[in-house]
Design a protein around this ligand. Sequence first.
Ligand code: DX5
Ligand code: ZN
Length: 206
Amino acid sequence: QIAPSMLAADFLHLDKDVEIVNENADLFHLDIMDGVFVPNISYGFPVVEAIATVARKPMDAHLMIVHPEKYIERFARIGVSMLSFHLNATDKPAQTLLHIRETGMKAGLVINPDMPVDSLYPYLHLCDYIILMSVYAGFGGQKFIEHSIEKVKELRKLINETGSKALIEVDGGVTFETAPRLVKAGVDVLVSGNTVFSAPDPEQAI
Ligand code: DX5
Ligand code: ZN
């Protein structure tokens, strides 16, 4: 599946980029940053609500915020289908995953490049998907960290061994060069911001 990251969209003509995703891609990847968990601020509820009114593909919100548990109900009410947060953003990851599932959304756990795949093990049975960051969360347009390919293979193995049904999503530096290698390593969902929206023809790029 392809999940274009709306962080790289044209915010003055968001309707145009939303339509490109509706027509050509699988999910809307929505990056929510609070300037505390990551050193950047992106956009919040007004933008997500606006996209929700016209989205015909599921919305996949990636929370890069502290206290993600505080906003679960609100994202559910807006109509987000998939909600993920960083493992080290809360001291209650299991409870938070359960709470997300209770609202009917799919629950995802995210780790940055410096966190080992093993750290996911205790929570894997509560996850509908895992996001492996292939850049450090906070900014679009960064260079892919090569070690991510090994982590995908490792996670694929762990998922197969444990019988988990979690999908593997990779986020950051996904390009025409890294995408095929990621898919070969076992990725299910590719997030892509700049490769899609900075392309001369985003539809073609997807
Ligand atoms: C980074 C975000 C990504 C970002 C990806 O913190 O989580 O979703 O928008 O952008 P590209 O594809 O440009 O690396
Ligand atoms: Zn993201």
